[in-house]
Structures are given as structure tokens and as C-alpha cells.
Design a protein around this ligand. Structure first.
Ligand SMILES: [Zn+2]
Length: 151
């Protein structure tokens, strides 16, 4: 599976973020500009490089994974998806079985916890499987002005 010599994701410089919070709804509007990441994927392993932001000129250290490592990361995220689906399916199955019996009502409600965990893991794993590009920025806590975006 060919992924190209350069990452598809781009460096996003965040200009502003505004949040709108209503009683049951919240929305965040982020204004950012995108800049390419001119770092060639290594043949194997991980390469660290420094890129300059086109908006503010700040240098940002990024790590770019080889195509093979990128594919392994995608498989890890797909594994998270599958594990989440199995946990959710087992939890729902036991809930249905317990629903036929009048006893063990508390256990039936406790099964919502692993069900929610499984569903969350499945959603996160699936999203990350499709969006993983094998590029990492330093910690979000250290630099909240720069992120990775696909478009
Ligand atoms: Zn910037």
C-alpha cells in the first residue's frame, strides 16, 4: 500500500478558537491556516525534523513514521476497534440474556459500563484507523497553537 513520500496531513496554525455553549449543545469554531510538511518519509523507522510554521515562523519538531510503521499504527487502531466491538457485543448479549430472567437486575445495569467503554473504543479506533498518517507533533500541552489537520 503506497502512502506517498510525504505526509498527507499538514501543519495547522490556530489563529483563534471560540466556543459557544448552550444548555445541551456546545460548538467550537477554530480558525487556522494550513502549511505543508516538507519532511520525506524514511524508508524505515522514524525521522525527526524541524519545520517552520508559515504563519508565525515558529519552528515545530515533528516525527514522521515510515510507511511500514504507519501501517502498523493503523493496524493497532483497527485492533482497538475490533476489541471495542467484541466488548460491546458481549455486554449487549449478556444484557439480552439477563433481560429474559427477572433476577440479576443490578448486573444488567452494570453491563452498561463495559458496553460504553467498548463502544467508545470502537469509535475511537475506527476514526484513528482512517485518519492515522504516521505523523506526530510534540505534546499538545506544550504547543496548543499548532496541530495536524488533513485539510
Ligand atoms: Zn504557527
Amino acid at each position: 500500500m503506497s502512502v506517498g513520500d510525504y505526509p498527507r496531513v499538514r501543519l495547522a496554525h490556530v489563529h483563534s478558537e471560540t466556543s459557544l455553549e448552550l444548555v445541551v449543545f456546545s460548538s467550537t469554531t477554530t480558525r487556522y491556516s494550513l502549511h505543508p510538511l516538507p519532511v520525506r518519509r524514511p524508508a524505515s523507522g522514524v525521522v525527526e525534523d524541524v519545520v517552520s510554521c508559515g504563519s508565525c515562523g515558529t519552528t515545530v519538531k515533528i516525527r514522521v513514521f515510515s510507511p511500514r510503521l504507519r501501517w502498523q499504527l493503523k493496524l493497532c487502531w483497527f485492533s482497538v476497534f475490533l476489541i471495542g466491538v467484541v466488548i460491546e457485543a458481549v455486554a449487549v448479549n449478556y444484557q439480552v440474556v439477563l433481560d429474559d430472567q427477572d433476577k440479576a437486575r443490578a448486573l444488567q445495569y452494570l453491563l452498561y459500563i463495559p458496553g460504553c467503554i467498548g463502544l467508545t473504543a470502537a469509535i475511537i479506533g475506527l476514526i484513528r484507523f482512517f485518519t492515522e498518517d504516521g505523523v506526530r507533533l510534540p505534546s499538545y500541552l506544550r504547543d496548543s497553537r499548532h496541530r495536524l489537520r488533513r485539510r
